[in-house]
Design a protein around this ligand. Structure first.
Ligand code: AMP
Length: 280
């Protein structure tokens, strides 16, 4: 597996691989890799990529001033070993300095899907995400990129950016990988104490309960669903940031929860903000 730090070197390598007719996949991550990330590599393999490039970059531009940029977990050595074992062919560890040159002044703003949900609570977050992903697309010029459904809004925002700006990249979505308990795997789970890890199960529990209910009843009023989930979270010592039923494509709020609806949750477990979702 090759290691790159310099965007220009990766760009030159990728251009050469593409010219040989090799199919290139990109998997953008912030590192501290877990089974969720590795499932994206597996999907890239399954889709026939010859070159699988994993980028590991805690992107400062997508963090707010009071967020966890400084304490975000990092372990380059372990990430390298996991990527190699999973079958990635290149790993990209850029630095904030070589990604954002002095005087960097160009940013990408998606102005519709990024407004609500996490976008409303984390001002500037999706501007940072879109900017870094656009840069990675230009550096790697992959045939396709793989994103996880875990970050549902992010995936929809990226798809819209690709459509609106004519990026020549297909977006593949991989399902959420969970621990046996149901907890969605996340690098931030490492912040959780044992008690918090137990409390956090209320999130996936409530989403699975909703799925059972929708299978049985077909349709439910969104306000009642949102209230019930938020209540279950509070009962388990979580602090809901939002619980919203939305149209799975446009992310517009919906009145009725039915098959095809996406229900997105963000909640604080102690100081840790967790997100999860279900598409019914
Ligand atoms: P992150 O390192 O958290 O920025 O995530 C990098 C990519 O991995 C994003 O596309 C995430 O949606 C995806 N991802 C993170 N956690 C999971 C998970 N539990 N299951 C599937 N994909 C995930």
């Amino acid at each position: 597996m090759l290691t790159f730090n310099d965007p220009k070197k990766l760009q030159a390598w990728s251009r050469l691989r593409r010219s040989k007719g090799e199919k290139i996949a990109l998997i953008p991550t912030m590192g501290y890799l877990h089974e969720g990330h590795l499932s994206l590599i597996a999907l890239a393999k399954k889709k026939g990529a010859k070159q699988i490039v994993v980028s590991v970059f805690v992107n400062p531009v997508q963090f707010g001033p009071n967020e966890d940029y400084d304490r975000y977990p990092r372990d380059e050595k372990a990430d390298f070993a996991k990527c190699r074992k999973a079958g990635a062919t290149a790993i990209f560890f850029p630095t904030p300095k070589n990604m954002y040159l002095d005087g960097h002044s160009t940013f990408v703003n998606e102005e519709s899907l990024s407004q609500g949900l996490c976008g409303a609570r984390r001002p500037g977050h999706f501007r940072g995400v879109c900017t870094v992903v656009a840069k990675l697309f230009n550096i790697v010029h992959p045939h396709f990129a793989v994103f996880g459904q875990k970050d549902y809004q992010q995936a929809q925002v990226i798809k819209r950016m690709v459509r609106d700006l004519n990026f020549d990249v297909e977006i593949a979505l991989a399902p959420i990988v969970r621990e046996e308990t149901g907890l969605a795997r996340s690098s931030r789970n490492t912040y959780l104490s044992d008690v918090e890890r137990h409390d956090a199960l209320a999130i996936s529990e409530s989403l699975f309960a909703l799925r059972r209910k929708v299978r049985k009843l077909g349709k439910l009023p969104a306000t009642a669903v949102e209230k019930e989930i938020a209540g279950h979270l509070v009962k388990n010592d979580l602090k809901p940031d939002y619980v919203e039923a939305v149209d799975a494509e446009t992310l517009a709020k919906t009145d009725t929860v039915k098959p095809g609806t996406a229900v997105l949750v963000a909640a604080y477990c102690g100081n840790t903000r967790l997100i999860d979702n279900i598409v019914l």
